[in-house]
Design a protein around this ligand. Sequence first.
Ligand SMILES: Cc1cc2nc3c(=O)[nH]c(=O)nc-3n(C[C@H](O)[C@H](O)[C@H](O)COP(=O)(O)O)c2cc1C
Length: 354
Amino acid sequence: MPPLTEQHGWLTSPVVVCAPMRLIALPQLAVEVSGAGGFGFIGAGNNLDKLDGWLREAANLVNDHSILRMQYEATGILPIGFGYFNWAPSEDLEKAVAAVRKWKPAAVWQFGAHNNEDYANWAEKIRQASDGRTKVWIQIGSVADAVDVARLAKPVDVLVVQGTDAGGHGLDSGAGIISLLPEVADALHNAGMADIKLIGAGGIMDGRGTAAALMLGADGVCLGTRFLASEEAAIAEGYRKEVVRATDGGANTARTKVYDKLRGTTLWPEKYNARGVLNKSFYDDKSGMTFEENQRLHDEAMKQGDSGWGVDGRITTYAGTGVGLVKSVMKAEDIVKEVQRDAMSRLRLAAKQQ
Ligand SMILES: Cc1cc2nc3c(=O)[nH]c(=O)nc-3n(C[C@H](O)[C@H](O)[C@H](O)COP(=O)(O)O)c2cc1C
């Protein structure tokens, strides 16, 4: 398979992807990222009712952007992707397929299936709907899942290799990308599937993490937490501020189910939980407060608006261990370009030192 930059004419190297963060990465963020030479995704999550409207909005924004418009007109492929959770019911598969047939996005990103066969089933229908032109990306978090998903959903175009440092949802136990990425690369190579492109995700915030992931065998990187502090992310100001404030993510974030329970998001497969910044909801749960009381206080805090976030707040700040490296809110375009520039200068410097 040719490099991702050859498969998708607007991409520049090194490939920087913005994660399809549910209801946070919407058309504006996705198109800004692609417009800067990255790969933008709309995060539909389990909300596929709105997908058609989001893709229409993205197509309009693409038409306002000279490079993306040229790309779109020349190929008929919308230069962004969308992501969804495979635990959504089968009517949602029909909505995803209809959206692919109509809008021909460059990629769909699958995540969170109850079993790996579901990825294969959805991937086949997506390919049929686009004559194979919409690429299939699947996010996995273990070596075993990488090989199993690659075999079942063949031909998978991209595996997003998510390490345990990642913000938001992921496997409750797993490795960081420093060992996960090379082990996945070796396992796919040994299984005769070295053709699959790998995107590293989890803890990558800047050019240093990007350069490291490329050295570990990735063809590109995916950033989620960093883009929470972009101007285009669809999040509350209190959330964005907390992402910029929090430091030392190994100590001040945790993988837990408590935030999901409080938010009422309980359809995730058992083996998933989510990483977020520690706050009062977390500490009270740990110190034995009943769930009912914690829920009551959480629901009260939800009415407070921006002041409900923070270490003394109760509203969830999903974010990864790299949160301490996020220092300011920037335009998504500037994040992509800064990460690319810094990664290249790190790589050049390392080469000189040999
Ligand atoms: C707030 C938030 C929401 C997320 N939502 C989704 C999602 O809807 N679908 C998905 O596949 N991944 C989602 N992720 C995980 C990302 O795909 C990715 O693995 C992660 O952000 C990478 O780690 P990082 O946050 O350290 O950059 C989310 C991550 C965050 C931080």
